[in-house]
Design a binder for this molecule. Structure first.
Ligand SMILES: *Cc1c(COP(=O)(O)O)cnc(C)c1O
Length: 391
């Protein structure tokens, strides 16, 4: 069959037909343990009955009306997010990069509206990832994603991650904000030091800059708290959220304080599809589950158990894996062998993972996994590591 799809992806030759919980099934009935979650997206696993029901009921009622009208489900989801976070205002969109774009526009508009239009540049970190639009690849600054797409969108200054000296030195009269992932995902599953996040907050306050967290991957419960920055005790002024918030339904959100969002008055930003009733029904259903009593505690407990057992695996197979890193159920195995070899050996064991920078294999299981899935994963990891060690 000639492939009519653009060749932007080097896909694995596997297609899934159905999913249930942490498992995916091919048309021929082969099952795979899904520790990829569609790149940290299907946070509540596949076919979650509460989400399926919410989407089906909404689908039978109303799909789309546009943002020319009030959308009560969206008002409710925004209020619930605001209640549980630093934020007072929410803008809904369809993807991560749109949440980043909304945040970048918010930052520039804030300084413009408060009499500092010359403040427009944003400091970002090396090895960061903020999405694939022209603006987002310039923000990330990864040469691999920018090659052939010159000229780069201006306005971004890059500093080393977790390095306060470089950050301080990069601040100028034109600096508007600092954009950081509390846990870097694509760059290699690297958590920010909690001390670093606190110091970044301080420097923002000192210079009147907005602090902008990208929690598209590490947010929505993946770290064991609703948002990863909660571990640091400091809050941002702006935050981009997506991936897990729809558990597979395309949904993104830009959250901000009322003060930071003051420039975004009617007509300054918009989206046709963002926040439509289908997405809002699913978003509310996802929150129902994540905010249930004990859900995040269970994520934290499961993550600590998995972490311990992965540490043990590293001790026994130092010729395959050199380190476990990450936070909660966002874990990276820094490989000694090429990460693609470990991921291929795991695929042979019918376990799915995701690659990341710095030769890391990412483990991004759905947040609903418990002891049984952790044990299953460890057996598959053990067999894959043994095969590579003997290979
Ligand atoms: C995935 C991701 C994005 C981009 O999200 P899209 O939905 O692919 O646009 C941005 N930032 C981080 C941290 C991500 O993990």
């Amino acid at each position: 069959m000639t492939d009519a799809l653009m060749e932007t992806y080097a896909r694995f030759d596997i297609a899934f037909e159905r999913g249930e919980g942490a498992y995916l099934y091919t048309a021929t009935g082969e099952s795979y343990l899904d520790f990829a979650s569609g790149i940290a997206v299907t946070s509540l696993g596949h076919g979650h009955p509460h989400l399926v029901r919410a989407l089906q009921e909404q689908a039978a009622r109303l799909w789309h009306v546009s943002n020319l009208f009030r959308i009560p489900e969206g008002e409710r989801l925004a209020a619930r997010l605001a209640e549980r976070t630093f934020a007072e205002r929410v803008f809904f969109c369809n993807s991560g990069v749109e949440a980043i774009e909304a945040g970048i526009k918010l930052v520039r508009k804030y300084h413009d509206a408060t009499g500092n239009p010359k403040r427009w540049r944003i400091i970002t970190c090396s090895q960061s990832f903020h999405g694939r639009t022209l603006t987002a690849i310039a923000a990330s600054g990864n040469p691999k994603y920018m090659e052939g797409f010159s000229p780069a969108v201006p306005g971004f200054d890059h500093v080393a991650f977790n390095n306060m000296n470089e950050l301080r030195n990069a601040i100028t009269d034109e600096t508007a904000a600092i954009l950081v992932e509390p846990v870097q995902g694509e760059g290699g599953v690297r958590p920010a030091d909690l001390e670093y996040l606190r110091a970044v907050r301080q420097v923002c306050d000192e210079y009147g800059l907005l602090l902008f967290f990208d929690e598209i991957q590490c947010g929505m419960g993946r770290s064991g708290k609703l948002f990863a920055h909660e571990w640091s005790g400091v809050t941002p002024d702006v935050m981009a959220v997506a991936k897990g918030i729809g558990s597979g339904f395309p949904l993104g959100a830009c959250l901000a304080t009322e003060k930071a969002a003051q420039g975004l008055t009617p007509g300054t930003h918009g989206t046709t599809f963002g926040g439509n009733p289908l997405a809002m029904a699913v978003g509310n259903a996802v929150l129902d589950v994540i905010l249930e009593d004990g859900f995040l505690d269970a994520v934290d407990r499961t993550a600590r158990d998995l972490w311990q057992r992965l540490q043990d695996l590293v001790r026994r197979y130092p010729q395959v894996i050199e380190e476990v890193r990450g936070a909660g159920l966002m874990l990276g195995l820094k490989c000694v062998v090429p990460n693609t070899d470990l991921m291929a050996a795991l695929r042979k064991e019918h376990m799915l993972t995701v690659g990341a920078g710095d030769n890391v294999a990412r483990l991004l299981p759905p947040l609903i996994i418990r002891e049984a899935e952790v044990s299953d994963a460890m057996q598959r990891l053990e067999r894959a590591c043994r095969a590579l060690a003997e290979g």
